[in-house]
Design a protein around this ligand. Structure first.
Ligand code: SAM
Length: 338
């Protein structure tokens, strides 16, 4: 199941929130295969080198779908193979958030809730319960359903969890996590408009302590580690860049630095199934956390373990309608940083 092609997307505004229809199934397929681009990648020698390194990993691994051919520059147009789309381009998001900021200022609208409010509810509740279980010393296996009955004493287990939401958009995910007891919350997005919108909404809604920063997570400027890193729809967007497969390798390299040892990465995707995400992480681990990391480890004289281990995933999820197409489902998968 695929989300609409670019031609079906409003320009530049994005489609409205999907409606949901609850079903139960682990193996959602899916796809938002249309998202876009004008990034600053490739603007420095360092970035060129990182692209080249990631491309080499891609070509030698043989584990990813075919790479796009020109890794040294960003293209303005989606690839002919239809894998990339407008939603992979920063210019798309800048234009979208400019519209959303205007809508917020004129009408108080919060903007898009990606994958819908029901999915967001599931993600935050499930993540909270997982964090509480881990804080209590129970590391769930794949066979365990993540459940936590009592809500009253949960907060005391959450105070140690610093949270980073990458590609935070309007930042509502962080607001929901704050309502559930998380208190150290940071959101980053490479679009200044997203950060302005998220800041305005958080202030309006009574969450002045949530921090928001403009940052491109692939360029790894944020020099801090977090116990919990959330990604809802951002890896999907990155994968839709014309150089999406290369960007995905660079993404894993970046998040492996952002998640503190013993911490969690929780990815919600409509473009990859649970099994595809697990396979992607296994491939990353198999390369020893990527050749990029290895090169840097050599420089720093440090030794790195394979960074991530799959621990659990959401088992029951809504499907959604998108642009009139039959609904597809989302996957939420948690990886433990070793
Ligand atoms: C599908 S939206 C999801 C927004 C938000 N996570 C949510 O669930 O509502 C993808 C977001 O990722 C951001 N994004 C894409 N690539 C990024 C990157 N390399 N660094 C930071 N943000 C990025 C976009 O600006 C956009 O806000």
């Amino acid at each position: 199941m695929r989300l609409p092609e670019d031609s079906e997307l409003p320009q530049p505004a994005r489609p409205g929130p999907p409606s949901v229809d609850l079903v139960s199934d682990d193996d959602r397929s899916v796809a938002a295969d249309s998202w876009s681009i004008k990034s600053e990648y490739g603007s420095t020698l360092d970035d060129d080198q990182r692209h080249a390194d990631a491309a080499e990993v891609l070509l030698t691994s043989g584990n990813f779908r075919a790479a796009t051919s020109d890794y040294s520059s960003d293209k303005e147009e989606p690839d002919a193979d239809g894998v990339s789309s407008m939603l992979g381009l920063q210019s798309y998001w800048d234009a979208a958030y400019a519209d959303e900021l205007t809508n917020f200022r004129e009408h108080g609208h919060v903007g898009e809730v990606w994958f819908g409010a029901d999915v967001m509810d599931v993600v935050v509740t499930w993540t909270r319960n997982l964090c509480i279980q881990i804080a209590q010393g129970h590391l769930p296996t794949d066979a365990d359903d993540v459940k936590y009955e009592s809500s009253e004493d949960g907060d005391k287990y959450l105070c140690g969890w610093s949270v980073l939401d990458i590609g935070t958009g309007n930042g509502l995910l962080l607001q929901e996590l704050a309502k559930l007891g998380f208190s150290d919350l940071t959101g980053v997005d490479y679009s200044e408009g997203a950060v302005a919108l998220a800041r305005s909404l958080a202030d309006r809604d009574g969450f002045p302590n949530i921090k928001f920063l403009v940052d491109d997570i692939i360029e790894k400027k944020l020099d801090q580690q977090f116990k919990l890193v959330m990604d809802k729809g951002t890896l999907d967007a990155i994968g839709l860049h014309p150089d999406g497969n290369i960007k995905r390798i660079m993404y894993w390299d970046s998040v492996s630095r952002l998640v503190a040892p013993g911490g969690l990465l929780v990815i919600t995707s409509c473009n990859s199934t649970k099994d595809e995400l697990i396979r992607e992480v296994e491939n990353y681990n198999r390369r020893g956390g990527s050749q990029l990391l290895e090169l840097e480890a050599k420089d720093n004289d440090t030794c790195r373990d394979p960074p991530f281990r799959y621990i659990n995933h959401v088992r029951s999820y809504p499907t959604f309608m998108f642009g009139g197409s039959i609904g597809s489902r989302v996957a939420t998968v948690a990886f433990l940083r070793k």
